[in-house]
Design a protein around this ligand. Structure first.
Ligand code: ADP
Ligand code: ADP
Length: 227
């Protein structure tokens, strides 16, 4: 099954062309890395797939739903239910303890608090950070924060996990742990789309490498499985 389909996507910001007719298909179980120079359109691509922004023209489908046909409320709900996101700087909520940061993701889609906390704790446990559940994010190491962010991203069992430079703020050891985590998730079937400048991250975690230049796919290659 196809999880993501972009067809002829253009995105313009005033005179600037961020995406120039980009088409892309991601199938269930794929691990796709997107690389390319600064300003080539990687963040814009991610924002389109996440439904955080809309194309100027072209279509974006996630799980068979044409995102262009959803209004803002529908889009926000669709995103929360179907797409998990992790970021370079974690984007955790500073004044909520770890457990609440993670549980909130499910509560926002209507899961009762008790059930959300139960699943959050389960995920924190699987990711090896359950003992940090009562801590505030600022007291955790970068690697721990990213594992909490991964737990949050997985709360609603998303069809797609999007990662934007997920190791960019980590030392090499915690970066490698996060890479291993992404590999493990993909091996149990999680579809991944990772945007990165880091060739090591791309080659370790992805089975398809997409190189973007000037808002288009310049090259696509299959990568050897390394895990
Ligand atoms: P990358 O993530 O590869 O660095 P971006 O997707 O952020 O590239 O940007 C692609 C191009 O679109 C760049 O020229 C950038 O300046 C421009 N751009 C991106 N977002 C905006 C915006 N919100 N307003 C104006 N220009 C933008
Ligand atoms: P990166 O290079 O790490 O992908 P950027 O600095 O290009 O990040 O972009 C970060 C955010 O700023 C993105 O959401 C992008 O859409 C926005 N952005 C990028 N360029 C511009 C711009 N020229 N004007 C306004 N917003 C921009």
């Amino acid at each position: 099954p196809v999880v993501v389909r972009l067809d002829g996507v253009h995105k313009e910001y005033g005179d600037a062309k961020a995406l120039d007719g980009l088409s892309l298909e991601i199938r269930a179980g794929d691990a796709v890395a997107v690389m390319g120079p600064s300003g080539c359109g990687k963040s814009t691509l991610l924002n389109m797939v996440a439904g955080l922004d809309r194309p100027t023209s072209g279509t974006v489908e996630v799980q068979g739903r044409d995102l262009g046909k959803l209004n803002e409320t529908g889009l926000a709900l669709f995103r929360r239910r179907n797409v998990g996101m992790i970021f370079q700087f974690f984007n955790l909520i500073d004044d909520l303890p770890v457990l609440d940061n993670v549980a909130l993701a499910a509560q926002l889609t209507g899961t009762p608090a008790r059930q959300a906390r139960h699943r959050a704790l389960e995920l924190l446990d699987e990711l090896g950070v359950a003992e940090r559940r009562k801590n505030y994010p600022a007291t955790l190491s970068g690697g721990e924060r990213q594992r909490v962010a991964v737990a949050r991203a997985l709360m609603n069992r998303p069809a797609l996990l999007l990662a934007d430079e997920p190791t960019g703020a980590l030392d090499s050891r915690s970066g490698e742990q996060v890479m291993d985590l992404l590999i493990d998730l993909n091996q149990i079937g999680q579809t991944l789309l990772v945007v990165t400048h880091d060739p090591q991250l791309a080659t370790r975690c992805a089975s398809r490498l997409i190189e973007v230049a000037d808002g288009r796919i310049a090259r696509e290659s299959a990568l050897e499985a390394t895990a």
